[in-house]
Design a protein around this ligand. Structure first.
Ligand code: SF4
Ligand code: SF4
Length: 470
């Protein structure tokens, strides 16, 4: 392979020795830039506010791994709600697959935290502290720095650190709870080593990634970026250069021979690209669909009195962008199935979980009644988890063939406070006349609301006594 070939095969952000090239994109203006700025602003504010939004006095979004609880906008899930977590994750995954098959890397360009924070915050700080891109490029190419330049760079990294630290604290508050985080921040790190190390590590990672590594992450490390080529096809939406219209470029021998196309070879699309690629060479893996080159080229087209859209959203093979295609319909079908599953499991979930378990010890006990007849008792355990936000008052009742049975318990009725997991021990007593030949008595056990006895839930159970069968 010739040296030139090797150059064209290499990632634009890596030099011939494998070192990271410092790409300093030129600023861009235009309609997509304006729209993305709005979207980024909304997403950043949403992320920063998320840990502080309260619904009914509780954090609206909380992933409490320590206690196995999750809160998503007023709905609370517990460890045993695993099917719901499955549906949530599947919905997110199939949603992303469907969006990618139809709209390509729209997530990367518009909503990925990597792009949102690098573009929306870190590059702005860089420009504000270190000056315009021309000055920064000169310094990156080895021009000596003045003391002021060093001070500006120091200020930049100080602000980067502050922002990274704020983002790390916001992220951790989604797991620890914002109130708990505030309380921890008021104490010495030695009181909360785990969280202190965690927040410090995340701050360091964000500082490294958003401050220095940047689009290298998209190209080298992001698994979603790696999957793009299999998720997209030639009819997916992408940022494309209209080769038919643009070529031959102005100033080339072909242009002199056949007449120039619309591309004036100003290189502005390359200058603004944060991954350092030339979109005129076709759709490339490094393109994060940030739309910078669209705005840049539209600005040039306006200046040279040519129609906008030489670089635009389009599809790779120039036929037509398709929403209806087999792959997208399959993803959409799977997405609808998981959304249906999620809706069903949210609608049918109970906030009070209860199970009937057999008690330990003998399976049954014989009781001699004063009139000489026999009764039996079974030890049952009612395991209840109160996931509501208030105390509940409940009573256990048992019925055989519609007739109430006697229950002996130290805790019936009982109270379970908010979030309490409780086990109530019961001895259900039944006359021998109810016993079937197989030694079993089918019963209905009711969990009755003491404040509204018409409100109850029931489960079937089988009491056991001596068998008289063959
Ligand atoms: S090629 Fe255009 S859309 Fe793709 S990353 Fe570069 S500037 Fe953004
Ligand atoms: S910005 Fe447009 S006109 Fe300028 S080089 Fe890129 S494609 Fe050609």
């Amino acid at each position: 392979m010739s040296f030139e070939d090797q150059e064209s095969e290499r990632l634009s952000s890596i030099d011939r020795y494998g070192h990271k090239k410092n790409i300093i994109p030129a600023p861009v203006r235009g309609r997509f830039h304006r729209q993305r700025t709005w979207v980024q602003g909304v997403l950043i504010i949403f992320f920063l506010m998320l840990p502080w939004i309260q619904i009914r006095g509780e954090q609206a979004f909380l992933i409490d791994l320590v206690h196995g609880q999750f809160a998503i906008f007023g709905l609370r899930f517990f460890a045993h709600d695993t099917p719901m977590v499955f549906f949530v994750l599947s919905t997110a995954a199939f949603g992303l697959l469907w969006a990618t098959a139809v709209w390509g890397r729209v997530w990367c360009g518009w909503a990925c935290p990597q792009t949102v924070f690098v573009d929306g915050v870190f590059r702005r700080i860089e420009k504000w502290t270190e000056g315009d891109y021309i000055r920064r490029r000169r310094i990156a190419q080895g021009e000596p720095r003045s003391l002021t330049d060093w001070l500006r760079t120091g200020l930049k990294w100080f602000l980067f650190f502050i922002v990274s630290s704020v983002l790390a604290h916001s992220a951790i508050a989604l797991f620890s709870g914002s109130k708990a985080l505030l309380s921890m921040m008021g104490h010495s790190p030695s009181d909360n080593w785990f969280y202190f190390v965690l927040v410090s590590s995340i701050t360091g990672v964000l500082l490294f990634d958003f401050g220095w590594f940047r689009e290298q992450f998209c190209v080298i490390m992001c698994p979603y970026g790696r999957f793009q080529s299999v998720l997209m096809d030639s009819t997916s939406l992408a940022v494309i250069y209209d080769e038919k219209r643009g070529e031959p470029r102005k100033g080339t021998p072909a242009a002199k021979e056949k007449g120039a196309g619309d591309c004036v070879a100003c290189n502005r699309c390359v200058q603004v690209c944060p991954t350092g690629i030339d979109i005129r060479q076709g759709v490339q893996m490094e393109c994060i669909a940030c739309t910078g080159c669209i705005d840049a080229c539209d600005e040039i087209m306006e200046k040279v009195n040519k129609p906008k859209g030489l670089i635009r959203y389009g599809n790779v093979d120039g036929t037509s962008w398709k929403i209806k295609k087999p792959r997208a319909l399959v993803y959409l079908g799977l997405l609808l199935a998981t959304v249906t599953g999620l809706s069903w499991s949210v609608a049918s979930r109970q906030e009070i979980h209860w199970n009937l378990l057999r008690g330990q010890g003998p399976v049954f006990r014989e009781i001699k009644n004063p009139d000489g007849s026999l009764s039996y008792s079974n030890h049952l355990r009612v395991h209840l988890q109160n996931q509501t936000r208030q105390a509940i008052h409940r009573r256990i009742q048992a019925f055989a063939a519609g007739q109430p049975l006697d229950i002996t318990s130290a805790e019936n009725p009982f109270v379970a406070s908010a979030d309490e997991m409780k086990t109530v021990h019961l001895f259900v007593i039944f006359p021998s006349s109810l016993l079937g030949a197989d030694g079993k008595v089918p019963i209905e056990v009711r969990l009755v609301d003491e404040t509204n006895p018409q409100n109850f839930r029931s489960q079937n159970y089988q009491l056991v006594g001596p068998s008289h069968g063959p």
